[in-house]
Write a protein that binds this ligand. Structure first.
Ligand SMILES: [Zn+2]
Length: 300
């Protein structure tokens, strides 16, 4: 049996099939050049299939950003889908939450993994009610689109919303995504490729193994910090950071309510589970601001 390896995955990118500025084949080429192993193109309301045969790399997994506007609401409602066989038509229900839930359900029904994507977290919506959404295996905790990034600094952060969902008992994993739209001009104001990704541990680079790793939380999210080991057991979490000089690293272990359980410095960190934490997850921060987030281990 093949040994498990880490694969770099983009879960959220647009093309000229919706509001991106390069055609699908060019977007695939961008991610190939950036060293990605797997790419999920997520155009609005359609499953984009680049022309020509499948590339050697990246592996393409079909996706879609299910997008709908509600009458009288200032926000669009977005749900990302990974691993769809066919386009999911957006559903409109009464209110943001009911619409979100209906679209998450439609994605799961179509065989996809649903990810709550960041943009709808903008104003005009009670962000804390997100913890009530069921069935989404993933949620953005970092979205590199300049409009989104870590949340709205005035009111909330995506990571806090994740802790709220986890504290409410949801089994939801954190994703870092590009939400790439702009491949022609690179600047802080543009949504460029290559800023935020997930590293999934798979036995070989196949759609099935990637879907299994995403669905079971065998991955971590990153904006530039790499891990060379990650062991999440029922009684401990330990990790080793790939050093990039001259950066230094600190690791926080967090539990219920986002409480910091302990903080450690250096390229190795570990936490022994005491019981009663609710869950335990790790967040690594480099002295240059890059991060990695591991998935939560449930703890009674
Ligand atoms: Zn998007």
């Amino acid at each position: 049996m093949a040994r498990s390896e880490w694969f770099k995955i983009c879960l959220h990118a647009h093309t000229t099939e919706s509001d991106g500025d390069e055609p699908p084949e060019r977007v695939v080429e961008w991610y190939r050049q950036l060293g990605y192993d797997c790419l999920v193109i997520t155009d609005h309301n359609l499953v984009t299939r680049p022309s020509g045969g499948p590339p050697l790399k990246p592996l393409l997994i079909p996706g879609e950003e299910v997008t709908t506007m509600l009458d009288g609401e200032p926000v669009a409602v977005y749900v990302n889908a990974v691993g769809l066989r066919k386009t999911v038509e957006p559903t409109v229900k009464d209110g943001v939450l009911a619409t979100l839930q209906a679209n998450v359900d439609a994605v799961v029904q179509a065989g996809g993994i649903a990810c709550l994507t960041a943009p709808y977290y903008r104003e005009g919506f009670d962000h804390h009610s997100l913890a009530g959404i069921e069935g989404a295996a993933l949620m953005d905790i970092y979205n590199a689109h300049p409009n989104n990034v870590l949340g709205d600094p005035r009111t909330f952060s995506y990571e806090d919303l994740w802790d709220e969902a986890l504290t409410a008992g949801r089994r939801v994993f954190g994703a870092a995504t590009d939400d790439a739209h702009n491949y022609r001009e690179f600047s802080a104001d543009n949504a460029n490729p290559g800023r935020a990704w997930v590293m999934a541990r798979c036995r070989g680079l196949t759609e099935d193994s990637v879907m299994e790793a995403l669905g079971s939380g065998d991955f971590y999210a990153s904006t530039g910090v790499g891990l060379t080991s990650l062991e999440s057991e029922s009684d401990s979490v330990s990790l080793t950071i790939e050093p990039k000089k001259p950066q230094t690293y600190s690791t926080a272990f967090l539990g219920r309510g986002g409480k910091v359980l302990c903080e450690q410095h250096g390229t190795e960190a570990s936490y022994r589970i005491q019981g009663g934490e609710g869950y335990v997850r790790a967040r690594v921060t480099s002295s240059w601001g890059a991060r990695a987030w591991t998935q939560p281990i449930p703890v009674d």
